[in-house]
Design a protein around this ligand. Structure first.
Ligand SMILES: [Zn+2]
Length: 318
């Protein structure tokens, strides 16, 4: 791409900054206790403020609330929505990137801010704009641009409940097609690197040196995983960690066959491992075939170098 072509391309992408992706749109369902209960069960958040109506009636709020992190849930469109969707400024921007070779995509950051709580019966409306696009960056994945969408959540009174910023990297993938030339050296692809943020970077740094840590509330000693800033039991933000012995049991599992995931020699077996310490961990089961895995299978974890760049805990049949 010449300098002039680059300027034309950048003028075109930067023209998307500030454009509306969708106007304030109500979710398919109002805030409701069934979705709150299912979401908190999956997350493992037993805070009675969300699900215990009797407890909530005696609390300062006087009623249950939805977990603030559910803001984005209320506007989700469901499985049928992917077909026949109208183009938006966001899909147009993505198409423009793709047409210029920026076909790679990597979600890098989600940042939510909470302003006001919602309770069952409230309507959550989601509006979205393209908020900013970075200058051209050179990244480990290839050259590209970060763009950020800003979702603003309001209730039926027009009051802002919170915002969510979602940052995506659109990049020209470094990997060349293997068939490019007959003499091309096959570069062994590595696995997609872990995203290390403010709240979980420490956990990955421990994995790098061979340890799987479990975050522990310093006040009530409750263990939690994945890492997060606050104890779901006592709301303390003080924490330390213990090292897992990596004795585990398969609680649930699947095999990822399509689309192919880079860096795996064969279709990976992904499992929810219940650790002996009591928390769960998503990891690969290795050292056996998919057909040999079963729910309740005892496994032992090892932290291992799995490719040139990646260290991960993997679990073997005992
Ligand atoms: Zn606690």
């Amino acid at each position: 791409m010449t300098a002039d072509e680059l300027k034309t391309f950048e003028d075109a992408i930067y023209a998307f900054v500030g454009r509306e992706v969708c106007p304030p749109t109500p979710g398919a369902d109002d805030v409701n206790s069934a979705m709150i209960r299912q979401w908190t069960e999956i997350i493992g958040d037993a805070n009675p403020a969300y699900t215990d109506a009797d407890w909530a009636a005696r609390s300062a709020r006087g009623r249950t609330i939805a977990p603030p992190a559910m803001m984005y849930v209320w506007g989700q469109e469901g499985y049928g929505a992917a077909t026949g969707r109208q183009p938006t400024a966001q899909t147009e921007l993505v198409d423009l990137f793709n047409a210029h070779g920026y076909t790679g995509v990597l979600g890098t950051n989600v940042r939510q801010e909470y302003v006001k709580e919602a309770s069952p019966g409230d309507t959550v409306l989601t509006a979205m704009t393209i908020d900013n696009i970075s200058e051209r960056k050179t990244t480990g994945r290839g050259p590209g641009y970060f763009f950020e969408t800003l979702a603003t959540f309001t209730n039926q009174h027009g009051e802002v409940l919170g915002t969510q910023r979602f940052k995506v990297l659109k990049f020209i993938p470094n990997e060349q097609p293997a068939a490019a030339t007959s003499e091309a050296k096959l570069e062994v692809p590595t696995r997609i690197a872990s995203v290390r943020g403010h709240d979980n970077g420490w956990w990955w740094e421990a994995v790098d040196v061979g340890k799987v840590l479990i975050q522990r509330c310093r006040d009530c000693q409750t263990l939690r995983h994945p890492p997060r800033p606050m104890c779901g039991v006592c709301q303390s933000m003080e924490w330390d960690s213990i090292e897992s012995a990596l004795d585990g049991e398969v609680l649930s599992y699947t095999c990822v066959r399509h689309p192919a995931v880079p860096g795996y020699p064969k279709d990976p077996i992904c499992a929810v491992i219940g650790l002996g310490e009591g928390t769960n961990l998503v990891a690969n089961v290795v050292g056996c075939e998919y057909d040999d895995v079963f729910i309740g299978m005892k496994v032992k974890g090892k932290v291992e170098q799995v490719d040139e760049k990646t260290v991960l805990p993997q679990f073997y049949p005992v």
